[in-house]
Design a protein around this ligand. Structure first.
Ligand code: SF4
Length: 392
C-alpha cells in the first residue's frame, strides 16, 4: 500500500481519483461538475435516503449460518400488515425516488408479497426483492415477480459449489435452486443481482463465484462482509489484513467483469480504490462505485424491520422510531441517532482522524457490534490515517 496522503481538492471532497474512472483527462470543468454532483448527493442524504430496505418478514425456511435476522420458519404475529405496508410505501415515495428493497427473512413467506410489490411499482418506486432459494421460489414465483414490474431480483450465492453453498445455507438443494432461478429470471428478462457474504468458509472461492455471477448474466455482485450480529460467528470473520486482500481480488475481478461490484459493510473498499490509483478499464465499475460514495448506515440508507422499527441498517439494530407511530421521513431527517451517523465530525478513533471519512466512514454496524459505540472506529480496517501518523 502506498503511504502518501491522498490528494484532496478541497475540504469535504474526496480525492479526485476515487478510481481513475478510465477518463483520459480530468479537466477543471469535469472536476467542478463531479464536485457539484458529489456535494449535492451528500447534502441530499440529510433529507432523503437513496435506499430504503424493508424486512417484510423474518420468516425463512433456510437456516443460514450467518443470518443477520436470526430467521425462523414462522412469521412474527406483529409483522406490519398489508395496509401498514401500503402506508409505508407511500411514505417512501414521499422521499422522492429511492430504491425500494424488499428483503427478509424470505419475502415469499408473505402471502401478500406480490400485492405489496405491485403497489411499490405502481407508486413509481424502483423495486427490488431478495427471495430465499427455497421450494417457494418456483418458476411461477419468478414469473410473478417479473409480472409485478420488479426491476431486479437478488439471490444469495455463498459458495461456488453445492457442498459449500448448501452447507452455508443449511438446506440441501439451495445451490441448484439459486442457479436455476437466476437462469429462469434471465429467460424472462428479469434483471438479477447476486449477494455473497465473504467469510473464512468461502474465502478461497471468490473467483469461482465471480465466474458464476458472470455466466448467469447478473448485473451486480453485492459482496457482504460480516458484522458479528444475529447468527454470524466471530470465527467466520476475516482479519483486517484479509479484508485488504479481498479488496485487491475484487478490484482485479472488476477490471474485466461484465457486472458491477459493490461491497456492503466494507465501506473501506472505497478507500482501497481511492488509494490504489489503478486505472479502471471498466467505466461502468467506476460509475457503480461513484454511486456508493458516502453511503453508510443511516446515511443514504434506512431500514424498516418486520415489526416497523426504523433503523440505520439491518446490521445496526438500533431503533430510532417505529412506522406504526412515527413518520419515516421525520425519523430519518431528525432523530439524534440518524443525525449522529451523518455527522462525520463525531466519528471516533481512526475513522474520526481519517482523510477518507466522508468517502468511507467505516462500518458503523461493525463498530457497534464490536464496541457498543456506533461512532467508534471500524475495527476491521488496517489503514493508518495521515493525521494519526503525524507526530503532534
Ligand atoms: S480508518 Fe475508518 S474512515 Fe478511514 S479508511 Fe479505515 S474504516 Fe474508512
Amino acid at each position: 500500500m502506498r503511504e502518501e496522503a491522498p490528494r484532496v481538492l478541497e475540504a469535504g471532497f474526496p480525492p479526485v481519483p476515487l478510481v481513475n474512472h478510465g477518463l483520459r483527462a480530468v479537466t477543471a470543468v469535469t472536476v467542478r461538475a463531479r464536485r457539484r454532483r458529489h456535494n449535492q448527493s451528500m447534502a441530499a442524504f440529510d433529507s432523503a435516503p437513496l435506499l430504503v430496505i424493508w424486512e417484510v418478514t423474518q420468516a425463512c425456511d433456510l437456516a443460514c449460518v450467518h443470518c443477520r435476522a436470526s430467521a425462523e420458519p414462522r412469521r412474527h404475529p406483529e409483522e406490519l400488515t398489508t395496509e401498514e405496508g401500503f402506508r409505508l410505501l407511500s411514505e417512501v415515495r414521499a422521499f422522492g425516488e429511492p430504491l425500494m428493497i424488499f428483503t427478509g427473512g424470505d419475502p415469499l413467506k408473505r402471502p401478500d408479497i406480490f400485492e405489496l410489490l405491485s403497489e411499490s411499482v405502481r407508486l413509481g418506486l424502483r423495486t427490488t426483492i431478495t427471495p430465499s432459494a427455497t421450494p417457494l421460489l418456483t418458476r411461477e414465483a419468478v414469473a410473478s415477480i417479473q409480472r409485478a414490474g420488479v426491476s431486479r431480483m437478488a439471490l444469495s450465492l455463498d459458495g461456488a459449489d453445492e457442498i459449500s453453498h448448501d452447507g452455508f445455507r443449511g438446506v440441501h438443494g439451495s445451490f441448484h435452486r439459486t442457479l436455476a432461478s437466476l437462469a429462469e429470471a434471465r429467460r424472462l428478462g428479469l434483471e438479477t443481482q447476486v449477494n455473497t457474504t465473504v467469510t473464512r468458509r468461502n474465502l478461497t472461492q471468490l473467483e469461482q463465484m465471480a465466474r458464476l455471477v458472470g455466466e448467469h448474466e447478473a448485473r451486480l455482485w453485492s459482496v457482504f462482509f460480516l458484522v458479528v450480529t444475529g447468527r454470524a460467528l466471530e470465527a467466520d470473520d476475516l482479519r483486517a489484513e484479509e479484508y485488504e486482500s479481498v479488496f485487491a481480488r475484487l478490484h482485479a475481478i472488476s477490471l474485466h467483469a461484465p457486472f458491477d461490484i459493490k461491497t456492503t459493510e466494507a465501506q473501506h473498499y472505497r478507500r482501497y480504490l481511492a488509494r490504489s490509483g489503478q486505472p479502471s478499464a471498466n467505466p461502468r465499475q467506476a460509475s457503480a462505485i461513484r454511486r456508493q460514495i458516502g453511503i453508510n448506515d443511516g446515511k443514504g440508507l434506512v431500514f424498516v424491520s418486520h415489526t416497523g422499527d426504523i433503523c440505520p441498517s439491518g446490521f445496526l439494530p438500533l431503533a430510532a422510531g417505529n412506522v406504526r407511530r412515527d413518520s419515516l421521513a421525520e425519523v430519518y431527517r431528525t432523530a439524534p441517532l440518524f443525525l449522529a451517523l451523518r455527522d462525520d465530525s463525531r466519528l471516533g478513533g481512526k475513522c474520526g482522524a481519517c482523510e477518507y471519512r466522508k468517502l468511507c466512514g467505516g462500518s458503523r454496524a461493525r463498530a457497534y457490534a464490536a464496541t457498543g459505540d456506533y461512532l467508534a472506529e471500524d475495527p476491521q480496517c488496517v489503514y493508518e490515517p495521515a493525521r494519526a501518523r503525524t507526530p503532534a
